[in-house]
Design a protein around this ligand. Structure first.
Ligand SMILES: [Zn+2]
Length: 312
């Protein structure tokens, strides 16, 4: 319980200066704010400039110890990728996923890995990750996780709520802030930012992501949200075919039964449902809880174990 609380409630960063334009993808609307406010003057929601509250914690992170961008020589190599019509999804434990598009574009979501008890050892070596973008749903430690260290090592930008991303101690080209309704493009993957009902303090608001692939799949990572009726709009606008849905329960998020209700009520046409955010810590729902609550979704249910890879 203590571990779960500590991780779920800890927040690594707060908002601060500098809004960046990423090297890849279309310019986010929020970049206009940079022009208005000037370099290093990114405003928060109240128009004030915040200072990182936890600079020391950030500075103490191992990422800052090795500032070079080159991965370790003995880092695990990514497997060779062949173009495919399928999307490759690897569950790294909790809410962390690596997604690979049909053309080989790699995207990480919520890469909480090194201190994630659910992440297999082989997946904890951050040097193996070569993402085009790192999507973070909110600032809590079990989601922002190792994103900063991976961004420094790989050169990929962190995508997230503008206020959260602004506060990260990263170079401009490794931050890509947006907000609900925004779209960014990374090669053959479109990323849309959608709402989520949760917390993200300090440092912005929580979001979810819809990823649209040229091969037709539409993947929705819900973040830590509770069920909310605007899920109907997410379904109407984006028509997700693959759901990575929070079913974690405990004191933090919706329980598996509510997760099942969201699937039934709002995403009838989704073809695959991957539950996540369960089983990581004792207060969270177990795999058995999830299986029981989602038995009516049996045909669509893709119950993964951390480290598993599926193609859809
Ligand atoms: Zn969480």
């Amino acid at each position: 319980m203590k571990v779960g609380l500590a991780v779920c409630l800890s927040v690594l960063m707060t908002a601060g200066p500098v809004m960046a334009q990423a090297k890849t993808g279309k310019t986010p609307a929020a970049d206009k704010a940079k022009k208005r406010t000037g370099r290093g003057k990114g405003p928060n929601a109240k128009g004030e400039q915040k200072k990182p509250a936890d600079d020391k914690a950030a500075a103490d992170k191992p990422a800052d110890a090795k500032t070079g961008n080159e991965p370790a020589k003995d880092a695990p190599k990514q497997p060779a990728f062949k173009k495919s019509k399928k999307v490759t999804i690897t569950w790294l434990g909790h809410a962390a996923f690596e997604i690979i598009s049909g053309e080989g574009t790699r995207v990480l979501i919520d890469p909480f890995l090194k201190n994630n008890p659910a992440t297999p050892e082989a997946k904890k070596d951050l040097a193996q990750y070569k993402p085009k973008a790192i999507l973070v749903t909110h600032s809590h430690g079990d989601h922002l996780g190792d994103a900063v260290e991976i961004a420094k090592a790989s050169g990929a930008p962190i995508v997230g709520d503008y206020d959260m991303v602004s506060g990260l101690k990263l170079k401009d080209d490794r931050k890509m802030g947006g907000n609900v309704g925004g779209k960014m493009v990374f090669d053959d993957v479109e990323v849309h930012i959608v709402p989520a009902v949760h917390g993200s303090q300090p440092g912005g608001r929580p979001v979810g992501y819809v990823l649209k692939f040229k091969t037709g799949q539409v993947l929705y990572h819900t973040g830590d949200t509770w069920i909310f009726s605007d899920m109907a709009l997410i379904n109407e606008i984006h028509k997700p075919t693959i759901l990575l849905m929070n079913c974690g329960g405990g004191p933090y998020t919706q329980d598996p039964a509510t997760c099942g209700l969201a699937m039934k009520k709002y995403f009838k046409k989704a073809k695959a449902i991957v539950p996540m955010h369960f089983g990581t810590f004792p207060p969270l729902a177990t795999e058995a809880d999830v299986q029981k609550a989602l038995k009516k979704q049996k045909k669509k249910l893709k119950l993964m174990k951390p480290g598993d890879t599926i193609q859809l």
